[in-house]
Design a protein around this ligand. Structure first.
Ligand code: PLP
Length: 456
């Protein structure tokens, strides 16, 4: 229960801060959790209560909250050179090093990287790049963006338009020209008697029809998360991308992989695209890129888009776009360290991605165990991202009614147990940090199970 004395942290948080993505009546009733510190996968609030963060902050604090190598990389770079942008013909040495590293770990033998401060800005920038490029190449109509219902790509006006969530209608979004195709969630969207393969074929047919109706020359890109995150952790069927991509290629439409959550190890692979066995035309990265230690996003352009963009920009002298902190040297130094920590192993420690692979079977087993419960309709996931979806009735998949969603009630019960997890629609999402031990994994599932038993 919150401390509701007028000078409490909870009251002060409520008085002066405006929350996004927050159920305000719940906050009014329960107060805000005001956090002061973290250790490994745990965070501590102003009252000294400790929570196991099964959400890795917001999918991003994958190396935990106190990684010494990452804080040292930040301190060293702040001492050396605390900030500079990456334009007007200048960039920091750290930015050069990071771009080289990103191409090295990407599926591309060559390409170019552009830096932003967030995943939303990276998606927004990508769209501007394509609009500019197509107009320059004599196709000014080639502007529409295909994404999927339930996909999440950010909150700027463009990236929110890419996002396939109905809540954006409060802003009068999406903007015209953003088309949302069916969510590739077989359990919810598959028709009665339809096999998973037939479901995928139906989505491919929908794509073909959409391209035929809209005209390939009006479509700039298809942008997709390999595993949808904020949509409730929805892995597409395994054959989905390999069937979608040839259709896009046939019509000259680039496939962009939004790897903001999946990239750098979340699925047990370097990229979500790698997990599905496809090579996108460009990659959108953020979050794990700096293990959450710095706000940064990046667009990694594969060779073809990179060359075309370079030529188009040369011919008008400059690509008129960039953020004050684009390619910030501290962010780049942290990202270089984060990639080492996650993918290569640093300071005598094995790469964190090894631990992701090691603990994934226990994670999957824990999810499957929860799926045995009467009110859990589906447990799903890939690598270290998972969700359990609550239903009133397993057979009909009927969701729970009520203004405070059942997942919100489960997440609140988790908080009371000292576990942070995220309610998303009717699902509760788990995306633990990559450093999780076996004991912490047990703690996470046992607390979630207690919370489920309290709610149902
Ligand atoms: N793309 C995906 C797949 C995301 O999950 C997110 C954020 O959760 C974004 C884009 C937007 O990133 P940001 O919140 O850094 O703007």
């Amino acid at each position: 229960m919150p401390d509701d004395s007028p000078n409490s942290w909870e009251a002060r948080a409520a008085a002066n801060s405006f929350y996004g993505f927050t159920d305000l009546p719940t906050i009014a009733q329960r107060g805000t959790v005001v956090l002061t510190g973290g250790e490994g996968p745990y965070v501590t609030d102003v009252h000294g209560r400790r929570y196991l963060d099964a959400n890795s902050g917001l999918w991003n604090m994958v190396a935990g909250f106190d990684h010494p190598g990452l804080t040292q990389a930040a301190k060293d770079q702040y001492d050396r050179f605390p900030g500079y942008h990456a334009f007007f013909g200048r960039m920091s040495d750290q930015t050069v090093l990071l771009s080289e590293k990103l191409i090295e770990v990407s599926p591309y033998s060559e390409g170019r990287v552009f830096y932003t401060n967030s995943g939303s800005e990276a998606n927004d920038t990508l769209v501007k790049m394509l609009w500019f490029l197509n107009a320059h190449e004599g196709k000014p109509e080639k502007r529409k963006i295909l994404t999927r219902k339930n996909g999440y790509h950010g909150v700027t006006a463009v990236s929110a338009s890419m996002t396939g969530k109905p809540y954006n209608s409060v802003f009068g979004l999406p903007l015209p020209g953003f088309i949302h195709l069916t969510c590739p969630h077989y359990w919810r969207e598959g028709q009665e008697g339809e096999s998973e393969e037939a479901f995928v074929d139906r989505l491919v047919a929908e794509l073909e029809e959409t391209i035929a109706t809209e005209g390939a020359d009006t479509i700039a890109a298809f942008v997709a998360e390999p595993v949808m995150g904020a949509g409730g952790v929805i892995p597409a069927p395994m054959s989905y991308f390999n069937k979608i991509q040839p259709v896009l290629q046939k019509h000259g439409i680039p496939l962009i992989s939004d790897e903001v959550i999946c990239g750098f190890g979340r699925t047990g692979h370097a990229w979500g695209a790698e997990a599905y066995g496809f090579t996108p035309d460009a990659i959108i990265s953020s979050k794990n890129l700096t293990a959450g230690f710095f706000p940064m996003g990046a667009i990694i352009l594969g060779p073809e888009l990179s060359d075309r963009l370079q030529k188009a920009s040369e011919s008008i002298e400059e690509f008129p776009h960039g953020f004050t902190a684009s390619g910030h040297p501290v962010g780049c130094a942290i990202a270089l360290k984060a990639i080492e920590v996650i993918m290569e192993g640093a300071d005598g420690n094995p790469p964190l991605i090894d631990n992701v692979r090691r603990i994934t079977p226990a994670f999957e087993a824990g999810l499957k165990r929860l799926a045995q419960k009467d009110n859990i309709g589906e447990a799903r996931g890939m690598g270290l991202m998972g969700a359990v979806e609550a239903v009133q009735d397993k057979a009909t998949k009927l969701p729970f009614p009520g203004s405070l969603s059942v997942s919100e009630r489960i997440a609140n019960a988790c908080t009371d147990q000292g576990l942070i997890c995220r309610p998303l629609g009717q699902a509760v999402v788990l995306c633990p940090p990559f450093i999780m031990t076996d004991d912490q994994m047990d703690e996470m599932f046992s607390k979630l199970e207690t919370a489920l038993d309290l709610v149902f």
